[in-house]
Design a protein around this ligand. Sequence first.
Ligand SMILES: NC(=O)c1ccc[n+]([C@@H]2O[C@H](COP(=O)([O-])OP(=O)(O)OC[C@H]3O[C@@H](n4cnc5c(N)ncnc54)[C@H](OP(=O)(O)O)[C@@H]3O)[C@@H](O)[C@H]2O)c1
Length: 337
Amino acid sequence: MDRAQSSPVWPLSSSVIAAAFGYAVELASQWQGATAPNPPVACVLLDASGETLAAAAHQRAGGPHAEALAVSQCRANDTVHRIHTVVVTLEPCNHTGRTPACTGVILQTPARHIWIGARDPNPLVAGGGGNYLAHAGRSGHALADLDDPAAPKLAEAVTRLIAPFAKHVTTGKPWVTVKHALDRDGSMIPPAGQKTFTSDASLDLAHQLRKRADAVITGSGTILADAPQFTVRRLPDFPGKRRHLVILDRRGRVPPSYVEAAQARGFLVSIEADLATALTELGQAGCLEVLVEAGAELTQSILTSPLWDEHVLIRQHPDPTADDRVTVRYRTNSEPH
Ligand SMILES: NC(=O)c1ccc[n+]([C@@H]2O[C@H](COP(=O)([O-])OP(=O)(O)OC[C@H]3O[C@@H](n4cnc5c(N)ncnc54)[C@H](OP(=O)(O)O)[C@@H]3O)[C@@H](O)[C@H]2O)c1
């Protein structure tokens, strides 16, 4: 700690902080879908010249938090004494759970400035970590106050990163992403003998969405038409990750053989009659984000309800040589659900 006393008190430039937030967002995004019921979080540690000393992301519930991992990288490199600024996508926790409080980890370093991407949305701890660090004499800064052209986009990104966690911690329900694809005639039905009509890039996107989800919800119509695998195949999945697969099937048309095969692929399968009940149960099981991959009937039924949060629409371009068009919209209706 003595060696730290010489490190300057003034904050680093806005562009250095923005770049560090960009790096942290990128790192945390790589672990979206791995951390439930915790949020994905990443932390970057900078020295007084703005050089990155360490960067790390939280990787699984029960494992070390991002701040602790980054500080341990500095310990391994003997650079703890150079830590001047902490940039973290989510407010550091101030309570000891399965791992020590991140505020304590930060206070063991000479960090003078703590930049926080988003406040902890947990109503029981909101403001706790930031205030604690401020009372301990460290300067706290919010990404929302960063004077840099990249700041609004970064703030949007950190908000989206923790949106599933924020919803879960405040309502007990998971974040619901609905993905659906339309061909150039506006139909969701693939040509006979095919399971899809979308481009390679859209298929990659679909598998990314699956990877970040803790559960997939579908309808009996999709199972009967396509018997989809619902596995993550176009990019590496998190080792050992088990997703829930919920099939809405009031008439009991899905054959047991499909359910058994899905279980053999690692899914925790349940057959449900009601979407709202299914979402409550998935929330209770600790799921943060669910992906709806269904046909027109169930997709329409969800999109006309208040149960969805994010809608990813993939549309085939009228020009067959052009790539699909992807639009993402968020539910702005604040009606509780
Ligand atoms: N383009 C795409 O993005 C995409 C994605 C997936 C599938 N598909 C295609 O969609 C076609 C199947 O379409 P689909 O409309 O029959 O499939 P679906 O929407 O996946 O399944 C419909 C079934 O879900 C059940 N369901 C349970 N609760 C429901 C609720 N609240 N609202 C609506 N349905 C509920 C109903 O069966 P019960 O009455 O028995 O409960 C209904 O018949 C296939 O050809 C498949 O290839 C396209």
